[in-house]
Write a protein that binds this ligand. Structure first.
Ligand code: HEC
Ligand code: HEC
Ligand code: HEC
Ligand code: HEC
Length: 177
């Protein structure tokens, strides 16, 4: 975690020593003063783009299990090709049964969500530090990155559920034709 966080914990925090002297096995706290707030996520300060370490460690998954970056990421492989179903498998390695009380999911929808825990629980949020400015004074286009604060996001969940219901209905209609 500390090694990954030399780069993936943003610029916030006071430097004690040059980070370039860091060797795997060293403690990040000897180099950089960063607060790992285990209770609150100040999303105004913790940017989704560069603060994966703090965002992850403020999640209940991290606090109540043995988890680090390597639980989901394999540093010895290119991850460009990975898909959300593969990441969802990682979730299910700990969450084999989920209740989803409020979301009275039909068996069909229940089957569909198994391929994508990510869009509801690690939704893409816009970065405060990066945006794409369109030419000639146009609007700044937000730069979306997935948050590493794993939690319940009602807004994202409602969107995904509506999408799932729609595509389920469409495939059903097709089959009935
Ligand atoms: C020396 C700085 C540095 C360290 C240390 C580092 N990263 Fe990164 N990481 C980067 C940069 C820069 C990128 C963006 C590279 C790009 O987009 O091509 C990146 C990208 C990634 C990505 C996105 C991969 C992709 O293919 O799009 C993952 C996942 C990741 N890092 C995980 C880790 C993990 C896990 C560790 C610790 C084992 C780690 N990183 C350590 C700098 C670092
Ligand atoms: C290494 C095991 C582990 C992995 C992997 C894991 N979790 Fe968790 N997760 C936990 C534990 C432990 C808790 C805390 C359970 C409790 O509060 O009783 C938790 C809590 C949660 C919660 C409740 C959060 C809250 O704030 O109430 C959600 C939602 C969740 N996990 C979703 C996920 C998703 C989605 C993934 C994959 C991206 C994932 N988890 C990966 C162990 C894990
Ligand atoms: C519970 C699983 C999980 C853990 C643990 C985890 N990640 Fe990720 N990470 C993901 C998922 C899911 C994505 C999004 C993949 C996608 O959209 O294709 C991601 C994407 C990333 C990216 C690319 C961000 C982007 O979209 O440009 C980086 C960088 C990254 N993770 C770093 C880390 C670091 C550093 C740690 C440890 C502090 C970590 N991750 C721990 C699941 C995890
Ligand atoms: C359509 C959005 C959506 C999808 C997809 C989804 N969840 Fe959830 N999840 C929620 C919402 C909303 C809650 C909180 C309300 C509730 O319990 O229904 C929740 C609650 C949870 C909880 C905490 C309650 C419990 O059962 O312990 C865990 C853990 C969890 N989800 C894991 C997962 C995993 C793992 C996946 C993928 C297999 C997943 N979720 C897919 C929306 C979703």
């Amino acid at each position: 975690m500390d090694m990954c966080a030399t780069c993936h914990s943003g610029n916030a925090g006071h430097m004690l020593k040059s980070i370039f002297a860091f060797k795997p096995g060293n403690k990040l706290a000897d180099f950089k003063e960063i607060t790992f707030s285990h209770q609150v996520v100040d999303s105004a300060k913790l940017d989704v783009h560069g603060n994966q370490a703090q965002l992850l460690s403020s999640s209940k998954c991290f606090m109540y299990s043995k988890m680090d970056c390597a639980t989901c990421h394999n540093v010895h492989k290119s991850e460009k090709q990975l898909n959300l179903a593969m990441y969802s498998q990682k979730c299910m390695s700990c969450h084999s049964t989920t209740t989803h009380n409020e979301y009275k999911l039909t068996p069909q929808l229940g089957g569909m969500i198994k391929n994508n825990c990510i869009d509801c629980h690690m939704p893409a949020r816009s970065s405060h530090v990066i945006a794409v400015q369109t030419s000639r004074g146009g609007r700044a286009v937000p730069y979306l990155v997935r948050t590493h604060h794993i939690a319940v996001y009602t807004d994202a969940s409602q969107k995904v559920l509506a999408y799932l219901k729609k595509s389920y209905k469409q495939s059903n209609d097709k089959n009935n034709k």
